[in-house]
Design a protein around this ligand. Sequence first.
Ligand SMILES: *Cc1c(COP(=O)(O)O)cnc(C)c1O
Length: 452
Amino acid sequence: MTKLKYERPIIKRLENSMPNKFGMRTEFKPMTHIEGVAVKDIIDKYGSPVYVISESVIRKTYHNAQRAFNTRYPKVQFAWSYKTNYLSAVCNTFHQLGSWAEVVSGFEYDKALGNGVDGRNIIFNGPDKTRLDLIKAIENKSLIHIDHLDEYYMILDLAEELSLRPQVAIRVNMDTGIYPIWDRFGFNYENGQAWDVLNKIMISKKMDLIGLHAHIGTYMMTAAPYGIAAKKLADLAVGIKQKYDYYIKYIDLGGGFASKNTLKGAYLPAEDTNPSFDEYAEAITSSLLNSNIHPDHLPTLILETGRALIDDSAYLLGSVIANKRNSIGKRTTILDIGVNLLFTSFWYEHKITPAQSFSHHVEDTVLYGPLCMNIDVIRENISLPLLNTGDHVVIHRVGAYNMTQWMQFITLRPNVLMITESGDVEIIREQEQMSTISNLEKVPKHLSSFEL
Ligand SMILES: *Cc1c(COP(=O)(O)O)cnc(C)c1O
C-alpha cells in the first residue's frame, strides 16, 4: 500500500451562507479515467489543458434521441447543427448515424460540402446568406430556409437568372408562451408576416415551398412550447393545403433541447429537472398527429438538435497552477483552463471533478482560469477537496459551443482528442502553434525592424 498523502490542517472560517440542501458533503468521486483511459496518461501525452470527446457517448445519445422520435412518428430526420460543434470528426460521426447538415453561414455550408454531405441534405439557415452562397445552394438543391423578405426577393431574382427552381422553406417565429419571444429570425406567425411570404412564394410559382421551420429558443427547460410551435406550423400546413391544394414535405422544429448542464443559480441539478428526449418528442409528435394534416400526407419531422446531442460527450481536462487565499481568506485555485476555452462557464455551473484520489476535507473555493483578466472565473463557488499544484481536474459536459466559440486569446488552443468506440485515442484537432497565428500576419516594411 502506498503511503497516504499528508494534508496540513486548516482552520476554516464559518460562513453564514446557504448550505446545499443535501448537506455539506462533496458529491464527487475522483474521475481518474475516461472510458478506460487514464486522465493522467492523456495529459502526459497530449498536454494540459486538452479536450476529450467520447465517440460512444455521441452515438448512444443520438440513438436515444432517435428512438424517442421514431417510436412516436413515422418519418423523422435529424440534421446536425454545425455551429454547435463543427469539428469534422464530430460532424462525420453524426453523418454516419444518418444526420443531414444544418448550417448558418457560407463557411459552414462549405464545411458540410467538404465533409462529403450532398447539397440536397444541407439545410441552410440564418440571416446571412450572400448572393454567392445562395447561387451555390440553389445549384446544389439545398434546403434554403428564408429568414427575411430581402432574402426572398434575392432568391426570386436568382431563380429567374439561373432558370432553376430553388427549394425553400420559411422560418416562422411565434408566441409559444416563452418570453421574450425569439422574433428576430424569420416571419411572425401571429401578425400575418408568415402568411404574407407564403402567399408570395406560392403565387410567384418560381420556387418550391418544401417545408416550414421554427427554432424557438435554446436550452428550453420545458417541452410544452414545442407542442405549441408544432401546432402552429401544422396549422400553416393545413392552410396551405386548403388554399393551394398543395402539401409541404417537412416540418422542421429546429433545436433548443436543454442538455444536462446546470444553469447558474438553478436550485436543483439539471439532471433532475430538464426534460428528456421522450418528453420533447411527446410534445412535438402528439401535436402533429392530432393536427388536421391528412394522415396520408404527414410531413417528415426534421430536428436540428445541437446542444442536447453533444454536450455530454466531451470533457475538458486541466491542471492546477496554484492555490492562494483572497483578501477575506477564501480559498482560490488557479487552473490552466480559462473562459477562452470554456465559454459556457458564463452561464453554466459546470460539474468539475478532481482526477486523483483525495481526502474528505472540502472547502468552498473560487476557481480561476490562467488569463490575466478579472472575468476569467470558471466557478464562483464550488465545494472541492483541496487540490495541489499539478493535480488534474475534469470538467464535464463541454461538447456544445465551446469548440466553436472558443477564443484565441493570450494562449493558443489545445489539442482536441476523440476516444473512439474501439477505445483508441485520436487527435481530431491539433494544438495550435505560433505559426498558426503568425502565418496569417503581415508586417508593413517600415515596421519590420526596430532598435531599442
Ligand atoms: C443554433 C441552432 C440550432 C441548434 O440549437 P441547440 O440549442 O444547440 O439545439 C438549430 N437550428 C438553428 C436554426 C440554430 O440557429
